[in-house]
Design a protein around this ligand. Structure first.
Ligand code: CTP
Length: 402
């Protein structure tokens, strides 16, 4: 329940994307938010009030005049709200907001909102979006402190193609959740490896491990939420790409090594979460090995893969490096040994039976002279705490270098 205790005002204006906002209400309420919907007259030509009323569980507000329960609704509601999100926000709405117009309840609320943050999800034809007047209005709104979410580019309701599509409801939910997270890493670039690697034996067989990638993906999301630019280099997983994160897919440890080395110069922090295969198969067969040609078992020769984390830590100007140690026994001895051997300032230690392929985890943060036990829980919650701790130590390391 990532939005429990949050009250959100959803403003719906007159665009075809209004139908998607009905699903946004469902997602927001499922995330624990209390949602009050305000519709403009034009919005009601696209979707009926009843839909939003049923989904939000609250009466839909439509106008200042004739509102029988509270004539000061535009003031009172914004005082209780944690944010106003306008989705979809038409070009006309954006122009009105940029100019401080108060034609109807929604625009009056935006003018009377006080400190309540205003989040805007534009939706319009690409020519309208690119028009200098709209771009000017968007700049004005940004200067006024509004957050602009999107728009996406793609095929539009009119059949044309270009920027102006409203973000999908799931993407808007991710933006709204991220909006409430502290921005520990704004302007920073975080590089993360995640998931298992696969070492091919023949065209249909690989050696791999049980890593699901969940912790690396949770850290990618948490880093993105905290304001960082995030590059995720991922071995094969079944997980969806975290919203707003650049993902580079690889299979083998060597591919992961090359992708990391290509990206590492631009990054400030490197978090090595991947369960990298230690060995590759030297005698890879280009044709499928037939059972009938083998004695019992396969005659495999192994070569050592590069240690990606240790290689990054040895660069002349390394980013702040964080490793992971998943152990079955003697957790602290093994983790501490890896910290020293790989010459890194921080390692996250966990027992593989408490974390691997599971949705929750239980971790310790080890540095040269600290051992911090984090509150165990879902991987995203733990990842958010970890990002906070990593950011603190990263800034400390910058200060000590200065
Ligand atoms: N790691 C890496 N490249 C490798 C092996 C490991 O970047 N070839 C990183 C992992 O992403 C992790 C840390 O090193 O952050 C520790 O990985 P782990 O597999 O636990 O340690 P190893 O060094 O492989 O040692 P061992 O397998 O003996 O436990």
């Amino acid at each position: 329940m990532e939005l429990s205790q949050k009250t959100i005002i959803l403003g719906v204006t007159g665009g075809i994307a209004a139908y998607k906002s009905a699903y946004l209400v469902r997602l927001l309420t499922q995330a624990g938010a209390t949602v009050h919907v305000v519709m403009t007259r034009a919005a009601q030509d696209f979707v009926g009030k009843t839909t939003f009323q049923a989904l939000s569980g609250h009466p839909v507000l439509t106008d200042t005049i004739g509102n029988d329960h509270d004539t000061m609704e535009h003031i009172h509601l914004t005082r209780q709200a944690d944010a106003i999100i306008i989705a979809p926000a038409t070009a006309n709405t954006i122009a009105n907001l940029a100019n401080g117009q108060a034609h109807d309840l929604l625009s009056a609320m935006c003018l009377a909102k006080g400190k309540c943050p205003l989040l805007i999800a534009p939706a319009m034809n690409h020519e309208m979006w690119s028009h200098p007047a709209t771009q000017r209005n968007i700049q004005t709104l940004k200067q006024d402190g509004c957050q602009i979410f999107g728009p996406n580019s793609g095929v539009q309701a009119c059949g044309e193609n270009g920027p102006g599509r409203m973000l999908e409801p799931e993407e808007l939910l991710a933006e709204i959740i991220a909006f409430f997270q502290p921005k520990y890493l704004s302007q920073k670039h975080v590089l993360i490896t995640a998931g298992p690697t696969q070492e091919p034996i023949d065209p249909v067989r690989v050696i791999s491990n049980l890593s699901s990638g969940q912790m690396g993906y949770a850290l990618a999301r948490a880093a993105k939420e905290s304001g960082a630019k995030v590059t995720l280099i991922s071995g094969p997983t079944a997980l969806p790409q975290p919203y707003g994160v650049e993902r580079i897919n690889v299979h083998t440890a060597k591919q992961m090594y090359e992708a990391v080395m290509k990206a590492v110069d631009e990054c400030d922090i490197f978090i090595s979460v991947a369960a990298v295969a230690d060995w590759y198969i030297k005698n890879y067969r280009s044709e499928k090995i037939k059972k009938s040609n083998q004695k019992i078992g396969l005659d495999l020769e192994f070569g050592e893969n590069p240690d990606i984390l240790a290689s990054v830590a040895q660069l002349p100007h390394p980013p702040y490096c964080v490793g992971f140690a998943a152990e079955t026994n003697d957790l602290f001895e093994h983790a501490q040994a890896k910290l020293t051997r790989k010459k890194i300032p921080m390692i996250i230690a966990n027992l593989s039976q408490d974390a691997m392929n599971l949705p929750h985890t239980d971790v310790w943060v080890l540095t040269e002279n600290e051992k911090i036990h984090l509150h165990p829980g879902p991987k995203l919650a733990v990842a958010r705490n970890l990002i906070n701790i990593i950011a603190e130590h990263y800034y400390q390391s910058l200060r000590s270098q200065a």
